[in-house]
Structure formats: C-alpha cells, structure tokens
Design a protein. Structure first.
Length: 270
C-alpha cells in the first residue's frame, strides 16, 4: 500500500472514545483499504462460501488421515465435527488474508463501532423470538402446504443418540453454524457492498444459498431457515456488526439441538 495515499490514522487514548448515540462507541476509524475489483471480490466470496473449503478439508481427511466419513450407523459424527472445526479455522484464515490483502481491518468489517457485549446480549435476548417465529412458520407451512414437508425424520437426529454425542453436536452447531456462517455472511455481504451490486443483493444471494443448503432437512425447514438467514443478514447490514447475528444464530442452533434431544428422550418424532 502506498503510504503517501493511505495515511495511518492518529492513535488516541482509549478514554477519549465517546458515545455518540446509545450503544454506539465512536472509535478512531481505521483505513478503508482498497476494495477489490468485482472479479476478485466474486472469487473471494466463492472461496469463503463453505463449499470449496469443506470439499478440500473432507478430501484431506479422507485421503491424508484416512478418516472414514461413514460408519455402520451412517455419517460419522467424528468426521462431521472434524470437518466443521477445520473448515471454520480455514474460513477465518482466508477472510483474514483477503482483508489484509485489501488493506482492511477485521474489526472494522465485523465489529463496527457498537459495544460488543450489548450486541451479544441483544442477540441472545432474541433467541426465543427467532425460535418461536421459525417454529410457527414451519407449522403453518405444514398445515397450508403439506407437500413442503418432504422429509419425515430429521437427519440431524442421528448425531444425537446419546448425551455425549448431543453435547459434541451442540458445540459443532454453535461454532460451525453460529460463528462460521455469520463470518461468511458478514464477509460476503461486505464484498457485495463494495463491488458486487450492494449488500442487500448479497443478502438475497447468500440467503437463497443458505436455505438451499438445508434442503436435506425438508423444503419447509429450508424455507424457514432461509428467511431466518435473511434476517441475520439484515441485522449485520443495519448494525454494522456480526455479533448480534452470531449470538442469535448460535443460540438458535443450540435451542434446536435441545429441542431435538428433548423430543428424542420423550419418544417423539420430528
């Protein structure tokens, strides 16, 4: 980067930060960097969308570590968990590299200027709202359009056959779901906002893809989760921080696991 063009901001003491409006912490702005051309932005968005990295990680585990993705009981939880954790780390690394290459700071892109604890608290407080709305929407679709309910048994139930597996799977959905997917969403929306037609366009694109990736749970679930993904994207666009979306997404996923575990313990179906 040419220092004659992009000068570093002057550092100020932490106690000079001020509250410009409730919950918004005014900090010294970092350099905005150089937004990549649209073709590089598109390649970066594809690289962190999850599909290329998961294929790469899964292939490395199968070929290099000789880890079996399938056991006699179906998909291996050990394999799924390992892929999820490594993919989360790889996605975070790629995003970091892409932002550094364009002279941007992760703090500016993902945290904005709002108080982190306040954003996390708001996201957790809205978990019951998200849970009730999604549950109500799914029940409404099954009553009004029963053909959308094309998967009778939740495939994720296979990963929650005992308390230990349920606990491991809960960690997976919180980290790989709540954290990784919102990092992906935030970065992709950021790149769309810079070079690919705007954040709201990116939200529609990523929301559609997010819903389609849940089709294995049924068309009704995919539609409901896709709409919820749009809401998480809207939170990021409006708040300028992914923390509210992360905490809400992670809490929602944990609540889903708890619901499934309780249903299984009571002998109830999907």
């Amino acid at each position: 980067m040419d220092d004659s063009v992009h000068a570093e901001p002057a550092l100020i003491p932490a106690d000079s930060a001020q509250l410009n409006e409730p919950g918004v912490l005014v900090l010294p702005a970092g350099p905005r960097g150089n937004p990549p051309p649209w073709h590089f932005a598109l390649l970066q968005a594809i690289a962190v969308c999850g599909i290329p990295t998961q294929i790469a990680v899964a292939t490395a585990l199968i070929v290099g570590a000789r880890m079996a993705p399938v056991t006699s009981g179906g998909l291996s939880l050990e394999f799924i968990a390992t892929v999820s954790f490594l993919d989360t780390a790889l996605i975070a690394l790629l995003i970091r590299v892409f932002l550094m290459a364009s002279g941007e700071h992760s703090r500016d892109v993902f945290l904005g200027r709002r108080r982190p604890l306040g954003e996390i608290g708001r996201g957790l407080a809205l978990v019951p709202v998200a849970f009730v709305l999604v549950t109500g929407l799914v029940f409404a679709m099954r009553a009004l359009a029963p053909s959308l309910n094309n998967v009778r048994e939740n495939p994720l139930a296979a990963f929650m056959t005992n308390p230990l597996d349920t606990a491991i799977f809960a960690v997976v959905v919180v980290l790989a779901g709540g954290v990784r997917e919102e990092l992906q969403r935030g970065f992709i929306l950021h790149r769309f906002g810079q070079s690919l037609g705007g954040m709201w366009v990116g939200n529609l694109v990523f929301g559609l893809a997010f819903g389609l990736l849940h089709l294995d749970q049924g068309r009704d679930i995919a539609l409901a989760i896709g709409l919820l993904g749009l809401a998480w994207g809207a939170l990021y666009i409006r708040r300028g921080s992914i923390l509210m979306s992360i905490s809400n997404h992670a809490g929602f996923n944990a609540a889903q696991v708890l619901q499934q575990a309780l249903a299984a313990s009571l002998g109830l179906g999907r």
